[in-house]
Design a binder for this molecule. Structure first.
Ligand SMILES: [Zn+2]
Length: 288
C-alpha cells in the first residue's frame, strides 16, 4: 500500500546560499506537500536590535512565500531566537560588560520575541521557535537565565494561545518532565508545546503530554512503530534540514520525511496515524 495523503516536514530550514527552492522541490518530488519553515539565524552575526530581528524574519517570510508561489507547497513559518545564538551572545556580552551585558542580552532576547509576535499577529507566522535551552554544557548563570526566559516565553504562549517549537538539551530523563512542569505552571496547553529533535519514543509516559517532533533518521523507525499507539496527541516527523552548503544533507536530507512515511506504512502503521501526523495534528496545533 502506498500512502498518497499530505506529507509535512515539521522542522525544515532554508538558506538562499544553499539549495533553497531546489531543496523544496526535492521534498515535493517524493510526495512532500507541506513544510514548517523554521527561522535560522546567521550564527556568525545574529541580530542585536529590534530592527535587525525584523529584517532577518522578513527574509524568512519572503523565502516561505517563494516556496508557496514557485514550488506550490503549503508553508507555515516559525520565528524566534535560536537558543544557541542567544547563549553565545550572552556569554560574549557578559564577558565584555558584566551586568550591563546581561541586561543587553535579555533585552535583545525580548526584542526577538516581540518582532516574532508581531508577524504572528499579522498572520504571517504560525508559531514561535526554536526557543529553549543550550544543548551543550553551560555555566549555571546561563542555564538559569535560559530557563527564566523560557518560562517567560511559555507565559506569553499561554496568554496568546501560541504554539512553541522547543530546542532543548539532548536526551536526559528530566527533560520532558521538567518542560511539562514549567509549561503547566505558565498555563500552557501542552499540546502546543512541540519538542523539536525529539527521540522516537512517543509514549505519553515518556513525553508527559508534550507533542514530539521526531527526528526521523533510519534508527527512529523501529521505536516509532513500537510506541506510536501509546502517544497522546500523535507525533510530527522532521528532518531539521539545514540547507547549509558546507554540510549538504544535514541534519537529514529533504526527502527523508516522505520516505519514512512510506516505510512506516510498510511496517504496519495505519494510514490514519499518518494522516494525523501530516494533517490533523498540524491543523490542531498551528491552526489551518
Ligand atoms: Zn533547527
Amino acid at each position: 500500500m502506498v500512502y498518497d495523503g499530505p506529507i509535512l516536514d515539521n522542522h525544515f530550514h532554508l538558506n538562499r546560499k544553499g539549495l533553497f527552492l531546489e531543496a523544496a522541490r526535492s521534498f515535493q518530488r517524493v510526495g512532500g506537500t507541506d513544510l514548517v519553515l523554521v527561522h535560522c539565524p546567521d550564527f556568525a552575526a545574529p541580530p542585536e536590535t529590534l530592527e535587525g530581528h525584523q529584517t532577518a524574519y522578513a527574509d524568512t517570510l519572503s523565502m516561505a512565500q517563494s516556496v508557496r508561489d514557485e514550488v506550490g507547497l503549503g508553508v507555515r513559518v516559525v520565528l524566534g531566537p535560536h537558543p544557541a545564538a542567544f547563549a553565545h551572545q550572552f556569554e560574549r556580552w557578559v564577558s565584555e560588560d558584566g551586568d550591563a551585558g546581561k541586561e543587553r542580552a535579555v533585552e535583545n532576547y525580548r526584542h526577538s520575541i516581540e518582532a516574532a509576535l508581531a508577524f504572528v499577529h499579522e498572520g504571517q507566522a504560525h508559531a514561535i521557535g526554536e526557543v529553549g535551552r543550550p544543548h551543550w554544557p553551560v555555566s549555571d548563570e546561563i542555564w538559569d537565565l535560559s530557563n527564566e526566559l523560557l518560562d517567560e516565553t511559555m507565559h506569553l504562549a499561554a496568554q496568546e494561545g501560541l504554539p512553541l517549537q522547543l530546542h532543548v538539551e539532548g536526551e536526559s530523563e528530566d527533560t520532558y518532565p521538567d518542560l511539562a512542569k514549567r509549561a503547566l505552571r505558565q498555563g500552557m496547553d501542552l499540546r502546543k508545546l512541540i519538542r523539536h529533535y525529539s527521540p522516537p519514543d512517543v509514549r505519553e509516559a515518556h513525553t508527559h503530554g508534550l507533542t514530539p517532533s521526531v527526528l526521523c533518521g533510519k534508527g527512529a523507525l523501529e521505536r516509532l512503530v513500537e510506541t506510536h499507539s501509546m502517544a497522546k496527541n500523535g507525533f510530527f516527523l522532521e528532518t531539521d534540514y539545514m540547507d547549509d552548503p558546507r554540510r549538504p544533507g544535514a541534519v537529514l536530507g529533504p526527502k527523508t520525511v516522505p520516505k519514512r512515511t512510506q516505510q512506516l506504512l510498510a511496517a504496519g502503521v495505519d494510514e490514519e496515524v499518518m494522516w494525523n501526523t501530516h494533517s490533523a495534528l498540524p491543523n490542531r496545533v498551528y491552526g489551518e
